[in-house]
Design a binder for this molecule. Structure first.
Ligand code: SAM
Length: 213
């Protein structure tokens, strides 16, 4: 399988940003399930890491209310411009957007939770995770979801997954267990298979006390 997709992923986020929502519409039910699992409450602050065009922003805002805050981070100017339009159209004045690579982002809050929705490349980056986890409260909740390889014997499903994710994934490295690095930062990470093993949904939290305390 050719899994070298750097150029096509860039195009999907920059040149083709306008068609992103339509192309990923079938993933919306998993976005809903991902955000739905997050045990946040009114007034909480949540990071939407790799927020793209902002398809999770409204669902997050519904959970944390007008007294909470959502900070979306994305490096693609085209994707984040669409997220900003979405926020402006809905008068979401408690949504802040940061246009930056996650690893370099100046995150203006210490958050109660973080969402990684369909963000395979970010989850493979230790510097990106270090920056995010440096801006989370002890005990903060983390939810992550996305595609992953199904068991090897599901050959047809894995070819389908390759074609579906290729436009949006820069490298398939780690696609067998996308939460591997996250597991180092998160306590009690539980991972559920979804979509017949072609996807996952992971939930856990930042330790409440330092590991060496
Ligand atoms: C598949 S999209 C997911 C967007 C959104 N979370 C959703 O559910 O539709 C992945 C997003 O991550 C962004 N991204 C990838 N690597 C990044 C990085 N290192 N820093 C910031 N954003 C990144 C891309 O620009 C893209 O918008």
């Amino acid at each position: 399988m050719n899994t070298s997709t750097t150029a096509s992923a860039q195009a999907a986020y920059d040149r083709d940003a306008c068609s992103y929502d339509g192309r990923t519409a079938s993933y919306q039910k998993y976005r809903r399930e991902t955000v739905g699992r997050l045990p946040v409450q009114r007034g909480d602050v949540v990071l939407d890491v790799g927020c793209g065009t902002g398809l999770c922003l409204g669902m997050l805002r519904d959970k944390i209310g007008s007294s909470g805050q959502v900070v979306g981070i994305d490096e693609s100017p085209q994707m984040i411009e669409l997220a900003a339009e979405r926020a402006a159209d809905h008068d979401w004045d408690n949504v802040t957007l940061v246009e930056s690579a996650v690893q370099d982002a100046e995150i203006p809050v210490t958050a109660d939770a973080a969402v990684f929705c369909a963000t395979h490349d970010i989850l493979q980056s230790r510097p990106a995770l270090e920056n995010v986890f440096g801006h989370l409260q002890p005990g903060a909740w983390i939810v992550a979801s996305g595609g992953k390889w199904a068991p090897a014997w599901k050959v047809a499903l894995n070819f389908y997954l390759l074609s579906v994710h290729q436009p949006f994934v820069r490298s398939f490295e780690g696609f067998d267990r996308p939460w591997r690095l996250l597991d180092e930062f998160v306590e009690d990470l539980t991972v559920d298979d979804v979509a017949f093993g072609g996807g996952y949904l992971a939930l856990g939290h930042v330790p409440t006390v330092a590991a060496d305390a």
